[in-house]
Write a protein that binds this ligand. Structure first.
Ligand code: NZQ
Ligand code: ZN
Length: 388
C-alpha cells in the first residue's frame, strides 16, 4: 500500500534542442550579480562557456566565476565558492556542468551565509538550513545524477576520508534547469556509461524495497526499460538524439523525488560507493557498478519476490519452470550482461581499491534501514571483499 505523502518539485525544466534560448527569460527573475560555477574546462572547449556568458552579458548581469569545480567536489572548493559568493553578494548561482557542478552550486547556496562550518553542520550533523539561501539555476551538460531536479549535494572531505550527501529540501532545489541533450554529445564515453549506470542504480535503490503492489514501482520499471533500450543505441551512436534525450529524461525522473513517494527506499549501494569514492576519488557511477552485483546477490534472498519481478518486468525473462531463486538470479545475470555491454566497472580493484583500504571503506559506509536487509559493518566488508 502506498504510504501518505506530499509531493512538490519546484524546479522548472526547459528540455530539448535549443533549450538554452530559455536562459535569458529565467535570468530576468534575479538580481544583477551572478556567480557562474563550472568544471575543469569542457565547457570552454565545446563553446558552451561563450554562449552562456554572451547571454549573461546581454541580460546585463555582472558575472563572478568559480571555475575548476572538480568531479566529487571537495570541502576546500566549497569554502572558496562561499567566499566568492559572499564577497560579491551574488543574487544567483548558475551551474554549468554535470552533477558535480550542480551539487556544488547547491552546497554554496546553503553555505555562503552559514554562520558555522558548513561541512560540520550539513554533512556531519545533517542539520537543516537556518540561514538565507542563494537561488540556483543549472545548465546540465552530463546526465546521470538527477542533481538538476533534486536537493542533493554531495561533498568530499579528502582529509577525513568521507564523501557525504545531504538531501536538502525543495527550497534548495534548482529554481530552473536547462536540459539540452545535444550538450551531452561531447561527454567522454566512459562518463556517459557511468552516468547511465548511476541513473539506473538510482532507480534500483528506490525499487528494491517494500513488498506491496504500488504504482511507483511500475514507473520505476518503465524508466529502467527505457534506459536499457536507449543506452544500447547510444553506445553505437552517441549522437543519436532520440537515445540521448530519452536517457536524459529518464535520468532526471530517476532521482527527482518521485520514485520515493509512498514507499521505503534502500540507498546502500550509494553508501558503499560514496565511501569508495572518498578513498579513491573514482567516478561516482563506477563506484556503484563495481559493488552492485555483489550487493544484490548478497541480499537477494531477502527480497526474492521483487528480484523475480525485476527479472520478468525489466529484463523480459520467462518465469516458466524457474524456481523463485533461479528467476531472481536470471534477472541479475541479465543486468550483469548489460553492464558488460556498457563497459562499466565490475570490481573495486580496478578503481584503485587495495586490501588495506577495506576496513576504512566499511567504516565510512552508512548502514541504511529501508531496503530488504539492514547490513552490519561485517556484511559491508564481505560485500567489499566479494567486489575485489
Ligand atoms: O569538469 P569538466 O571539464 O566540465 O568535465 C566533466 C568531468 O570531468 C565532464 N563533462 C561534463 N559534461 C561534459 C563533460 N565533458 C565533455 N562534455 C560535456 N558536455 O564529465 C566529468 C564528470 O562530471 P561530473 O559532474 O563529476 O559527473 P556527474 O554528473 O556524474 O556528477 C558526479 C557527482 O554527483 C554526485 C556524485 O557523488 C559526484 O560527486 N551525485 C549527486 C547526486 C544528487 N545530487 O542527487 C546523486 C548521485 O548519486 C551522486 O552521488
Ligand atoms: Zn548516484
Amino acid at each position: 500500500m502506498l504510504g501518505n505523502f506530499t509531493y512538490c518539485n519546484p524546479t522548472r525544466l526547459h528540455f530539448g534542442e535549443q533549450a538554452l534560448e530559455q536562459l535569458a527569460g529565467e535570468l530576468k527573475h534575479y538580481g544583477g550579480r551572478v556567480l557562474l560555477a563550472y568544471g575543469g574546462g569542457s565547457i570552454k572547449k565545446n563553446g558552451l562557456y561563450d554562449k552562456v556568458t554572451a547571454i549573461l552579458k546581454a541580460c546585463g548581469k555582472e558575472v563572478f566565476e568559480v571555475p575548476g569545480v572538480m568531479p566529487n567536489p571537495t570541502v576546500e572548493k566549497l569554502y572558496e565558492g562561499c567566499r566568492v559568493a559572499r564577497e560579491n553578494n551574488v543574487d544567483l548561482i548558475l551551474a554549468v556542468g554535470g552533477g558535480s557542478v550542480c551539487d556544488y552550486a547547491k552546497a554554496v547556496s546553503v553555505s555562503a551565509w552559514c554562520q558555522e562550518d558548513p561541512w560540520d553542520k550539513y554533512f556531519l550533523r545533517m542539520e537543516d538550513v537556518s540561514n538565507p539561501i542563494i537561488p540556483v539555476g543549472c545548465v546540465l551538460t552530463m546526465v546521470g545524477t538527477g542533481s538538476e531536479m533534486n536537493g542533493g549535494a554531495v561533498i568530499t572531505h579528502p582529509a577525513q576520508k568521507r564523501k557525504i550527501g545531504h538531501v536538502f529540501g525543495s527550497n534548495v532545489m534548482p529554481r530552473f534547469s536547462i536540459l539540452d541533450p545535444t550538450l551531452t554529445y561531447t561527454v567522454p564515453m566512459e562518463q556517459m556509461v557511468a552516468g547511465i549506470y548511476d541513473a539506473f542504480n538510482h532507480i534500483c535503490e528506490q525499487y528494491f524495497s517494500g513488498e506491496d503492489d504500488n504504482t511507483t514501482d511500475y514507473i520505476a520499471e518503465g524508466l529502467m526499460r527505457s534506459l536499457v533500450a536507449s543506452s544500447r543505441i547510444a553506445l553505437r551512436q552517441p549522437e543519436n538524439y532520440e537515445a540521448r534525450s530519452n536517457i536524459m529524461w529518464a535520468a532526471t525522473w530517476a532521482l527527482n523525488t518521485l520514485l520515493a513517494m509512498g514507499k521505503s527506499t534502500d540507498w546502500e549501494v550509494h553508501m558503499i560507493g560514496q565511501s569508495i569514492g572518498a578513498y579513491t576519488n573514482a567516478t561516482h557511477g563506477m563506484t556503484l557498478s563495481a559493488v552492485s552485483l555483489a550487493y544484490y546477490r548478497y541480499i537477494m534472498a531477502d527480497g526474492l519476490a521483487k528480484f523475480g519481478r525485476f527479472a520478468v518486468n525489466v529484463w523480459g525473462i520467462d518465469p516458466a519452470g524457474k524456481s523463485a531463486e533461479a528467476l531472481a538470479e536470471a534477472g541479475l545475470a541479465a543486468m550483469e550482461r548489460w553492464m558488460e555491454e556498457l563497459g562499466v566497472a565490475r570490481n573495486i580493484r580496478q578503481l584503485g581499491v587495495t586490501e588495506d583500504m577495506l576496513e576504512g571503506i566499511a567504516d565510512g559506509a552508512f548502514l541504511m534501514t529501508g531496503g530488504y536487509r539492514t547490513l552490519t559493518r561485517n556484511d559491508v566488508l564481505n560485500i567489499l571483499k566479494a567486489s575485489m
